[in-house]
Design a protein around this ligand. Structure first.
Ligand SMILES: Cc1cc2nc3c(=O)[nH]c(=O)nc-3n(C[C@H](O)[C@H](O)[C@H](O)COP(=O)(O)OP(=O)(O)OC[C@H]3O[C@@H](n4cnc5c(N)ncnc54)[C@H](O)[C@@H]3O)c2cc1C
Length: 344
């Protein structure tokens, strides 16, 4: 292979939506599997740690990255197969998520519309099984291709192998962290029906005609624009905490103390608590510590008010987490990732 297009001492703030300052000692945008492989080989020879970066919308850099930041930039989208029940659509990891959702609707392969306007790349979407407005990626997932960073071979993982759960998959765990997603296949139903379980969508379309996929897409985009800060204007990584899932006794105790507690019943007699409600109720909405703030309309979103460092955001997150634990006895788990090296 000709010389690798490696870049040195790259500022990471413009490559992330939080926009906190950090530098990558080395950076490589990989437009092919061969370049990904060559980047991994090069880093191994240099003894440098590798971090895989997508669109940078779910990552918090609190320090400079001492090794290689490797960004899969493979592009391509195609209908790979059809069956009586589904369109199987294959999309390469470097494609933008929202543009891909819009493209599937243009092709008349609906099914992803509830996940419109989530920032980031297609390759990162299965990592935390992205979800919004009543739908999780796993409901439309067929399989993924990934490069095994240890052996250099390509592997395919089906739905079961991905072990999807709420904001979770095998890719976040020890037995999957060596995988770099290169492409994702979606199974989009021929017999499409709208997913209107989310309260705001249900209310909007109650009693009317069945909305088309495009109408749902537009509605989701409008709600998100109204509710969430645009990272281009106010640095953020979306929800900073997962919604904690608790057992029935914990839920009952909290509900007795706080009758307006927002919670959603789950399988096996468990309850998902709205983390935003807990943070709001603890009085954090709109508060700031230095240049790190809790968004004034959306308590679940921590924002860079201008000039914040990653450490400032993490210190604010710690203060929120400690306070919520003391008041409600509930532990909040951070959703965005701290950069970690691929396992050697
Ligand atoms: C305004 C805003 C709103 C958001 N709303 C939602 C929402 O509604 N629902 C939701 O689920 N999320 C939401 N998010 C979070 C984020 O958009 C998603 O998690 C998204 O999938 C991250 O994609 P990315 O390409 O930016 O990943 P990055 O932030 O670059 O990376 C995230 C993690 O995935 C890993 N990764 C990235 N690419 C690959 C790859 N190809 N192979 C293996 N690992 C990889 C990284 O190493 C890192 O650990 C929101 C974020 C913002 C800023």
């Amino acid at each position: 292979m000709s010389e690798l297009p490696l870049q040195r001492d790259i500022a990471l703030a413009p490559l992330t939506t939080l926009g906190v300052p950090a530098t990558a000692r080395w950076y490589l945008r990989a437009q092919s599997v061969e370049i990904l492989r060559a980047g991994l080989d090069w880093a191994r020879q240099q003894g440098l740690p590798v971090f895989v970066l997508g669109g940078g919308s779910n990552v918090v850099f609190a320090e400079d990255w001492p090794g290689l930041v490797l960004q899969p930039a493979l592009r391509g989208r195609a209908l790979e197969a059809t069956s009586d029940s589904h369109f199987i659509v294959k999309v390469d990891a470097g494609e933008n998520w929202h543009d891909t959702v819009a493209w599937t609707l243009e092709q008349r392969w609906p099914g992803l519309e509830n996940l419109a306007l989530i920032p980031g790349s297609v390759g990162a979407a299965p990592v935390q099984n992205i979800g919004a407005y009543g739908l999780e990626l796993e409901a439309r997932f067929h399989s993924l291709d990934a490069l095994d960073s240890r052996s250099g071979t390509l592997v395919t993982l089906d739905h079961t192998a991905c072990r999807f759960a709420y904001r979770d998959s095998i890719l976040k765990h020890e037995d999957g962290r060596h995988l770099i997603v290169t492409a994702v296949r979606f199974a989009l139903p021929r017999a499409w029906t709208p997913c209107l379980t989310y309260r705001e969508l249900a209310q909007q379309f109650a009693g009317g005609e069945t909305p088309t996929p495009r109408v749902i897409f537009d509605a989701v985009v409008a709600i998100r624009r109204r509710k969430l800060p645009d990272p281009a204007e106010l640095g953020n990584v979306g929800s900073f905490f997962k919604n904690p899932v608790v057992d029935a006794a914990t839920y009952a105790g909290l509900h007795a103390r706080f009758p307006d507690l927002v919670a959603y019943p789950q399988a096996e007699d468990r309850y998902k608590l709205a983390a935003g409600w807990l943070i709001d109720r603890a009085g954090w909405k709109g508060r700031r510590i230095g240049a790190a703030g809790v968004h004034a309309q959306q308590a679940l979103v921590l924002v860079n008010l201008g000039g914040a460092r990653g450490a400032d955001i993490l210190a604010l997150a710690d203060a929120v987490r400690t306070d919520v634990a003391e008041r409600f006895g509930v532990e909040l788990e951070q959703e965005p990732q701290r950069p970690g090296a691929l396992p050697a």
